[in-house]
Design a protein around this ligand. Structure first.
Ligand code: PMP
Length: 317
């Protein structure tokens, strides 16, 4: 089945329109220069019907990305939250991925986007495990990319902007060509940054270690969720620089991301991490994460936005 075949409707510039009509012109500024910002959000099935995971946090980051680039989004955060709900409902999805994007349209092609309209869309489609069907269970093979992670002095890594993904694309394309599942990007000094579309964690002596914006990473919402859940489970989480040498002695490592969820890393450049199998800490955090996304963690209900409003009796309609 084609990737997008189940998606029939798109929210675009305030209206729900047929998928086939949600097009851009070849002269669009965003197409030529990658001038746009976007988000990746997941909606999960719960006992109360479909629920969008951390919708507010994602939209807040989208508005921050837009502000960083001076891109005026002509809708409020509340309007985009409603657009996400509307596009999920229109397509009749429960488990799905939601992709808002705000990008400069067609008016001129000088690098300065002056006069170009900002086009906003919200797509949704079913998207299973991002890194392959058995990645969540068995872990993935990762390689250190020869493409270095760009510095935030060159482009703001904390913003989720379209053109920035050329760096990620080069890295993952290379990794897959060489038989790996995903790339790990490091900076020019060998300091670990992140995956092509995920944040990176390692586990050492029962403690968790991850980095932050000082190492030119997107501040992932899954990263934040996992840190919260880990601390609640009693783990210490250290946030600081991670070097490749330290990974040599790590017991476990994993990626986090909306698409990749909590994906164990079994080996780096074919050298097993720990015993080469998903470790107990990774698996415990993965379970805790899925408990939260599926609405089974009573403490994490505030992370979920129900697609169908609750009735008086508390049942979703
Ligand atoms: N880093 C990069 C480069 C990403 O593209 C993503 C995916 N959005 C992440 C990290 C993880 O972010 P999040 O957990 O918010 O999806």
């Amino acid at each position: 089945m084609a990737f997008f075949s189940e998606s029939k409707w798109v929210w675009k510039n305030g209206k729900i329109i047929p998928w086939e009509e949600a097009t851009v012109h070849m002269s669009a500024h965003g197409l030529h220069y990658g001038t746009g910002v976007f988000e990746g959000i997941r909606c999960y099935n719960t006992a109360d019907g479909p629920a969008v995971f951390r919708l507010d946090a994602h939209l807040q980051r989208m508005f921050e990305s837009a502000r960083t680039y001076g891109l005026p989004i002509p809708y409020s955060q509340e309007e985009l939250a409603q657009a996400a709900i509307d596009v999920i409902k229109a397509n009749g999805f429960s488990d799905c991925y939601v992709r808002p994007i705000a990008t400069y349209g067609s008016a001129s092609l000088g690098v300065h986007p002056r006069n170009c309209p900002v086009e906003v869309a919200m797509l949704a489609w079913p998207w299973g495990a991002y890194l392959g069907a058995d990645a969540l269970e068995n872990g993935i093979q990762v390689t250190v990319s020869r493409w270095k992670k760009f510095s935030s002095l060159a482009m703001p890594a904390t913003a989720k902007a379209c053109g920035q993904y050329l760096n990620s694309m080069l890295a993952v394309q290379d990794a897959v060509r060489c038989g790996f599942d995903e790339a790990l990007l490091v900076d020019e000094e060998g300091v670990i940054a992140e995956g092509s579309g995920e944040n990176f964690f390692m586990v050492q002596n029962g403690n968790l270690l991850t980095n932050d914006e000082r190492d030119h990473v997107l501040m992932g919402i899954t990263r934040d969720s996992v840190i919260t859940l880990a601390r609640e489970l009693g783990y210490k989480v250290f946030v600081g620089q991670m070097r490749l040498e330290e990974l040599e002695v790590a017991d476990e490592a994993f990626f986090t991301g909306t698409a990749a969820e909590v994906t164990p890393i079994s080996a780096l450049d074919r050298k097993p991490i720990g015993n080469g199998k998903p470790g107990p800490v990774t698996l415990e955090l993965q379970r805790a994460y899925f408990a939260a996304t599926s609405g089974k963690d009573p403490k994490r209900q505030e992370w979920l936005t129900l697609v169908n409003a609750k009735t008086e009796a508390g049942k979703a309609v």
